[in-house]
Design a protein around this ligand. Structure first.
Ligand SMILES: NC(=O)c1ccc[n+]([C@@H]2O[C@H](COP(=O)([O-])OP(=O)(O)OC[C@H]3O[C@@H](n4cnc5c(N)ncnc54)[C@H](OP(=O)(O)O)[C@@H]3O)[C@@H](O)[C@H]2O)c1
Length: 279
């Protein structure tokens, strides 16, 4: 495994498994199988309504808790719930998480960030992060944070490399965790000829070339999958290195183009939505 070192000295695996849109049974199986294969990073969220399942998957894998880097996210409806962190830990079946995000800059997000800082001080979150806080949101947070976050989780892939945001991240040594690393499975990205060409050279699939590009960009990557073959492939990306010329060739694909465009109305809806947690 390769690791990134966070601004508080903690090490985070460069590759993990994402669980967005995985129903509980799929999340439990994907997490269990991934950990058995050698993964050590799991990303979930209050909003995925599969935290209990991820916790069950971790236990069923037989891997020790301290060998798993577990990441989850508080949803905006929880930002003003003083028990949000404890309830999240209880759902996961753990007494700390390795990384705790606030998921969206919606509702009273500063109250949410203060909960992260408190959890960090109490040892309930070993590192903290912000998710979807590009632009004016990270600008405002910078004037208010007491603890600099270790991570930001945002959309990133070869079509959208977060060039502007990375200037701020470099200043504070905040690491980027890519969501939609494979374009959420978009065929036009995966089928870009450059990935087939490099895949041929290195004996890898186009998806594996894309994931290796992320890690060489310094991004932590958490591809989502419920397909055991894909889960295996997505970890098997660390035994080759793209050359500087190949990285430059991939850089030409950058169109500054997101797949997901969030609106201000959606932020209002996010704040009003309460996940129906698994019982
Ligand atoms: N913070 C946020 O707001 C936010 C938003 C979105 C996502 N996320 C996080 O980021 C993670 C990754 O995003 P994502 O899962 O939406 O998108 P993604 O990882 O870009 O793509 C997932 C899709 O790619 C397919 N896939 C996975 N591995 C593949 C491979 N080796 N070859 C071909 N296809 C493959 C999967 O299908 P199969 O199941 O068939 O493999 C699935 O349809 C999420 O799971 C979640 O943890 C966070």
């Amino acid at each position: 495994m390769e690791y990134v070192t966070l601004n508080n000295g903690i090490k985070c695996p460069a590759v993990g498994i994402g669980t967005f849109m995985l129903a509980p049974a799929d999340a439990e199986r994907s997490v269990r199988e991934a950990l058995k294969m050698g993964y050590s990073l799991v990303d979930t969220a209050n909003a995925y309504v599969n935290e209990r399942a991820c916790g069950r998957g971790i236990k069923a894998s037989g891997i020790n808790r301290d060998e798993v880097f577990l990441s989850t996210k508080l949803w905006p409806s929880e930002y003003e719930n003083p028990k949000a962190v404890d309830e999240t830990l209880a759902r996961l079946g753990v007494d700390y998480v390795d990384l705790l995000y606030i998921h969206q800059p919606a509702g009273n997000w500063l109250a949410g960030y203060r909960q992260l800082e408190k959890a960090y001080r109490e040892g309930k979150a070993k590192s903290i992060g912000i998710s979807n806080f590009e632009g004016k949101y990270i600008d405002e947070l910078q004037t208010k944070w007491e603890i600099v976050p270790q991570f930001i989780q945002v959309e990133a892939h070869p079509y959208f490399t977060q060039k502007d945001l990375r200037k701020t991240l470099d200043k504070y040594d905040i690491k980027l965790m890519s969501w939609y690393p494979l374009g959420h499975g978009d065929k036009s990205l995966i089928n870009e000829p450059v990935f087939a060409k490099l895949g041929e050279k290195y004996g890898k699939s186009p998806a594996q070339i894309i994931l290796r590009w992320h890690t060489q960009m310094g991004f932590v990557v958490i591809p989502g999958s419920k397909n055991t073959d894909h889960i295996k492939d997505n970890l098997n990306i660390l035994d080759f290195t793209l050359t500087d010329e190949e990285m430059a060739e991939i850089a030409k694909l950058d169109k500054d183009q997101r797949y997901y465009h969030r609106t201000d109305e959606q932020l209002v809806q996010f704040a009003a939505w309460h996940p129906q947690f698994e019982k």
